[in-house]
Design a protein around this ligand. Structure first.
Ligand SMILES: [Ca+2]
Length: 325
């Protein structure tokens, strides 16, 4: 409204119009200020990217130190602090942002005992600059397998210069890394007593995205049997057993599962310690069924092949008269 009026009023002086525009802009900024994210122009910043990530303890990870919304940058210097008891820097490489304007000179200083890395790069040609957003450096970390938790990656002593050697103010955005342990958990068999002479060996991995290089189970403390995933152990002897699964991920981290103790009472479908006609009845009622069937009886699948048929009947026949009590 005021601007339209001032356009119509040819008598209004230039100074008055400038003042009016300044007042209107001032009001707009004042009105916008309390609303987060409503900034008129984005401020220049130096950032740890990604701001946070989840990493298996013992595995390497990388972060980029990025710059955003920078105008006419000619050089940068950044120090990044980390927990030296948990992680160490293996390599620092310059990003492609500053280089995009020509040859750069610079290097980095890594101090893994005190837990910091400093890098510094400058365009070779005085007056050469880059503007916009990009990566200043990529930092490669190794981590300790025994350390887990959330660890800060903190920027300090950040200097960003123009092409003529003046300081450019920037906001700093730190990052963190969440180190979680590599674990293997046996989900089958569960602790208990089973009529089956086979058990399904099922295990779950954390983190879920873990890629295994190797896995094996050990039954009753015996030799490791290499497996490629969930499996079945057949022809178990009557009595008590225990089972552990070992695994190694593609970063060389190893883990042992919980130990599961279980007991095999072959063909004792009813669970009363005896193998007799009552077990035969259970098997007969579920005969020729599969798990989706309403008559399915999981305990009667004596060989764990998900069908109840003569092979289960055979196991029962071989064990009739057994008394496990
Ligand atoms: Ca079966």
């Amino acid at each position: 409204m005021e601007i339209k009026k001032s356009k119509k009023s040819k008598k209004m002086g230039t100074a008055t119009i400038v003042v009016a525009v300044v007042v209107v802009v001032g009001l707009l900024i004042g009105a916008a200020a309390p609303h987060a994210g409503a900034t008129v122009t984005a401020a220049a910043s130096v950032n740890v990217h990604p701001a946070t990530q989840v990493v298996t303890a013992g595995s390497p990870f990388t972060i980029n130190v990025t710059v955003e919304n920078i105008a006419e940058m000619g050089a940068d210097q950044v120090t990044l602090h980390f927990d030296p008891n948990t992680m160490s820097v293996s390599q620092v490489t310059e990003g492609d942002f500053l280089k995009s304007a020509g040859v750069t000179v610079g290097s980095n200083i890594t101090n893994n005992s005190e837990g910091y890395v400093t890098f510094f790069y400058s365009l070779r040609t005085e007056g050469a600059t880059v503007s916009g957003s990009g990566t200043l450096a990529t930092i490669y970390f190794d981590t300790s397998a025994s350390a887990t938790g959330l660890f800060n990656l903190e920027l300090s002593d950040v200097l960003v210069a123009t092409g003529t050697g003046e300081l450019i103010p920037v906001n700093l955005f730190n990052g963190s890394v969440n180190l979680i342990p590599f674990t293997v958990t046996l989900t089958s068999p569960e602790t208990g007593t089973f009529a089956s002479t086979s058990v399904n060996v099922n295990f779950a991995l954390q983190p879920e995205w873990t890629v295994l290089d190797w896995a094996a189970y050990s039954l009753d403390g015996g030799t490791n049997v290499t497996i490629t995933g969930n499996t079945t152990i057949n022809s178990l002897s009557p009595g008590e057993h225990y089972l552990v699964v070992y695994a190694q991920d593609n970063n060389g981290n190893t883990a042992a599962s919980n130990t599961v103790n279980f007991t095999i009472h072959p063909a004792d479908i009813t669970g009363d310690g005896q193998v007799n006609v009552f077990d035969l009845q259970q098997l007969a009622w579920a005969f020729n069924t599969q798990p989706a069937s309403p008559n399915w009886n999981d305990a009667a699948d004596l060989n764990r092949d998900e069908i109840i048929n003569i092979f289960d009947l055979q196991i029962l026949a071989w064990n009739v008269g057994n008394n496990y009590v």
